[in-house]
Design a protein around this ligand. Structure first.
Ligand SMILES: Cc1cc2nc3c(=O)[nH]c(=O)nc-3n(C[C@H](O)[C@H](O)[C@H](O)COP(=O)(O)OP(=O)(O)OC[C@H]3O[C@@H](n4cnc5c(N)ncnc54)[C@H](O)[C@@H]3O)c2cc1C
Length: 429
């Protein structure tokens, strides 16, 4: 551990997943002395797509083209949802902030206010998303004039099969041609991260282009798994487009996800530039609230340190990230032991139909907050002044079903930090 065994800051952000990264970026952008603690490795699981609201109501058969319309219904029927007190305009501003932050590190996103974009998945289905990596944006052209598609997979890359994806597209498109490209020297399975790094080599790009070129007159557009480089993905994609004369788009796949790795890299670089102190791989324990301040213990493999903070943002995720723990009869929050909104008994956690469109109640369990994202006690009062909960730990948001994961994360992170900042500013006046 460093020689620092005690740190003082304005805001401690606990959890370095997507929500924690956005909160830390917002706080340091506002000039708050910010510490971020956690493991950013969870970001390599995320798809890189940033959904606002893709389905509403929960049991809807179709998807939403216009998330603002869904938001209006959601707010009239379900004011406890994390979006309950936030306007469409505020939500767009939060998306724009994240787009701007990532753009500063060369990670370009497409944001189309007003409508969701259909994104082709590895299953050959289309998923509505709101802010998508620019490298995936052109996939939505399959809904317009581009009807002859070349679907490319790569020999040795597991988890993406052009044939499987093509199976779902036969009805939508005029023609789908599948092609397996071979990368020189790759004879067996190759992890996506190594493959993405190989794509940064001009020799590999040329070999890829040579195998694609014979099809360029037969199709309008080409799709490939999201392995088009780790660092300058858009630059590499545009170079391949130029060399083949074809529009190209990336298709998100299963974890580990290269778009997730790109996000992790971009956030880490930007936070360093903004002066955030990132306590990487540090687990926060033993919170104490005393004299208007929080004191935490940070634990790593090599030691401990003490962190005092005027405020704290809790972005510790759900079960997989250990922010929530499912006991025999009860779901617990693992750091502050906050009340967790949950079904009355365990038998109600899941319904009997696994694929039910209503979703399972356990996916709506989580921390209940006010509209400023302050966790609440049983009586409805904030638990501590200066404590906020953000991201997937929030109650009333079945994000997989509603397709609202990153949207709720980034909106709660920005709104909570803005509220804390206003409190600090007022206290100074
Ligand atoms: C596989 C996958 C696919 C996804 N696809 C999409 C998608 O297509 N569209 C979309 O919009 N969203 C998607 N999301 C969801 C989106 O990324 C969420 O917004 C995000 O995962 C929620 O992030 P979070 O930061 O709240 O929690 P997490 O990502 O779970 O991060 C929580 C972090 O807190 C850390 N932590 C826990 N306890 C402590 C502690 N005591 N001290 C320090 N750190 C702690 C954990 O180690 C973890 O790193 C996807 C997520 C996953 C996992």
């Amino acid at each position: 551990m460093t020689d620092l065994n005690s740190i003082d800051c304005d805001l401690l952000v606990i959890g370095a997943g997507f929500a924690g990264m956005v909160a830390a970026a917002r706080a340091s952008h506002l000039g708050l002395r910010t510490v971020l603690a956690g493991n950013s490795g969870s970001l390599i699981f995320v798809s890189g797509l940033m959904d606002y609201l893709g389905v509403y109501p929960m049991d809807a058969k179709g998807v939403l083209d216009d998330p603002a319309q869904g938001l209006a219904c959601l707010q009239s029927e379900n004011s406890t949802h994390p979006y309950g007190g936030i306007s469409h305009e505020q939500i767009i501003q939060c998306f724009e902030f994240v787009k701007w932050i990532l753009g500063k590190e060369g990670l370009a996103y497409h944001l189309s206010p007003g409508r969701n974009l259909p994104v082709l998945t590895a299953m050959g289905t289309f998923k509505p998303s709101f802010m998508v990596p620019r490298t995936m944006e052109k996939g939505s052209l399959l809904f317009g004039e581009k009807k002859r598609l070349l679907l490319i997979d790569i020999k040795g890359l597991q988890g993406f099969s052009a044939r499987q994806a093509a199976g779902g597209l036969a009805k939508t498109l005029d023609e789908v041609i599948c092609l397996t490209v071979e990368i020189p020297g790759i004879t067996k399975t190759i992890p996506p991260i190594i493959l993405a790094e190989l794509f940064e080599d001009p020799g590999v790009q040329e070999s890829f282009v040579r195998q694609v070129l014979p099809f360029s007159n037969r199709v309008d557009i080409a799709g490939m798994p999201a392995v088009c480089g780790v660092h300058d993905s858009l630059g590499i994609q545009q170079k391949i487009e130029k060399m083949t004369g074809l529009d190209l788009f990336e298709i998100p796949g299963i974890p580990p996800s290269i778009p997730g790795l790109r996000l992790k890299n971009a956030f880490e670089k930007r936070l360093a530039a903004l002066g955030v102190k990132f306590l990487s791989n540090t687990r926060i324990k033993d919170p104490v609230f005393n004299g208007g301040k929080f004191i935490f213990t940070g634990v790593t493999d090599s030691g401990k340190l003490s962190i005092s903070a005027k405020g704290a943002v809790l972005g510790i995720g759900r079960f997989f990230s250990k922010g929530l723990n499912a006991g025999r009869d009860k779901i617990m929050e693992t750091l502050f032991q906050l009340d967790v909104r949950q079904p009355v008994t365990r038998s109600l956690w899941h319904g009997t139909n696994f694929l039910t469109r209503q979703g399972h109640k356990i996916n709506q369990a989580g921390i209940e907050t006010d509209q400023r994202f302050r966790p609440l006690k049983k009586g409805g009062q904030p638990v501590f002044p200066g404590l906020y909960a953000v991201g997937s730990i929030l109650a009333h948001n079945d994000w997989m079903r509603l397709k609202s994961g990153s949207g709720v994360s980034l909106v709660s992170a920005c709104t909570a930090v803005d509220d804390f900042y206003q409190g600090v500013t007022k206290a100074k006046i």
